[in-house]
Design a protein around this ligand. Structure first.
Ligand code: TRP
Length: 332
């Protein structure tokens, strides 16, 4: 049986170049050897207040960006979380196995609760149990996520093990999967932090930026006074980030990309990065537009995705209900 990969993306805001290089672009490669589930997690997104029309648009847009990145919907399953009721159902069941202390320790919760003190809702707190449900419903073997999600994934693993120990073998215990180059795209103005889509600024390239805007941001990217192009994220974070972006756009490692710049100046590196980013953006934006302009096709793909997802998720959910002692719904 093919190994199963699951990942979720929040439909909040417009995806950044970092999201594209670190995540979206990696998925078509996974399709060769894995069964891929890609979920647009609208139920997660509402833990932060969303404007309904934005949430609606962003949910379809995220799906279109994934498809534009080359995910093949005939091979992979791409769907919207709220189209598969089993997510919230299993999320509830898992929340009864999750300890308050475990949730209180979550770094993302601690961060968000400081920033969003005015809307410190219960969903923000129990979010990791829902994320565990997302993953465990599909017998997932591996979850490709950034470092910032590692703690949530660890909880999903612990819940799977806890459930299996208490009620008998039910869940596959998922593994963390470190994404390859491009996973660590940093903010162009502040390479200490990751290129965020939730707080876009002059150091963020959004996938909707025009190629000219993107090129301008790259030309203004923060560098340093070392005047040498080496891949050394510790000491030359800005330069290393540019190399990381170039490498990801051109399907190389940063160590390979750096070789062509020996003895060259920062301007040459920036020009090469800008060129490769513009090339990537033009390609993906054209494909994105073709999906957004054909909503009938987009919704057909998402409907088929939710049918496939529901079939798998229902099976897992019934297994869980049975183990818990729930009476399985009577069929006619
Ligand atoms: N929490 C993830 C994020 O904020 C999104 C997410 C939800 C997810 N469910 C998931 C990622 C399941 C991987 C697997 O980015």
């Amino acid at each position: 049986m093919d190994k199963i990969i699951f990942s979720g993306v929040q439909p909040s805001g417009t995806p950044s170049l970092g999201n594209y290089l670190g995540a979206f672009k990696q998925f078509p490669k996974f399709e060769e050897a894995h069964k891929v589930y890609l979920c647009v997690v609208d139920e997660h997104a509402i833990t932060v207040r969303q404007k309904p029309e934005d949430l609606h648009h962003n949910t379809l847009a995220i799906a279109a960006w994934y498809l534009a990145s080359g995910i093949n919907p005939n091979v992979s399953t791409i769907f919207i979380q709220s189209h598969v009721p089993a997510h919230t159902q299993l999320g509830w069941m898992l929340s009864t196995l999750t300890y308050m202390g475990e949730l209180e320790r979550m770094t993302q919760y601690k961060d968000k609760s400081q920033k969003k003190a005015e809307n410190l809702n219960a969903g923000l707190f129990t979010y990791p149990a829902l994320m565990a449900a997302d993953i465990l419903l599909y017998d997932t073997h591996a979850v490709p996520v950034g470092e910032d999600q590692k703690q949530h994934l660890e909880l999903a693993r612990n819940l799977a093990i806890r459930f299996n120990n208490a009620f008998g073998d039910t869940f596959v215990v998922p593994e963390f999967m470190a994404p390859p180059a491009g996973a660590r795209v940093r903010d162009l103005q502040n390479p200490e932090k990751k290129m965020s889509k939730s707080e876009p600024g002059p150091g963020t390239i959004l996938l909707t930026d025009t190629p000219q805007e993107a090129a301008k941001k790259i030309k203004r990217a923060q560098t340093d006074n070392e005047a040498r192009i080496v891949y050394d994220p510790e000491n030359q974070a800005g330069i290393s980030n540019l190399l990381e972006i170039l490498a990801a756009c051109t399907n190389r490692t940063p160590q390979q990309a750096v070789m062509e710049f020996e003895g060259q100046q920062y301007g040459a590196l920036k020009a090469a990065v800008a060129e490769s980013v513009v090339f990537a953006l033009e390609d993906i934006q054209a494909k994105y537009k073709s999906y957004m302009d054909d909503k009938a096709e987009l919704t057909r793909i998402l409907r088929e995705g939710s049918e496939k997802a529901n079939t798998h998720a229902e099976k897992t959910l019934n297994r869980v209900k049975d183990k818990l002692g729930f009476v399985i719904p009577f069929s006619a």
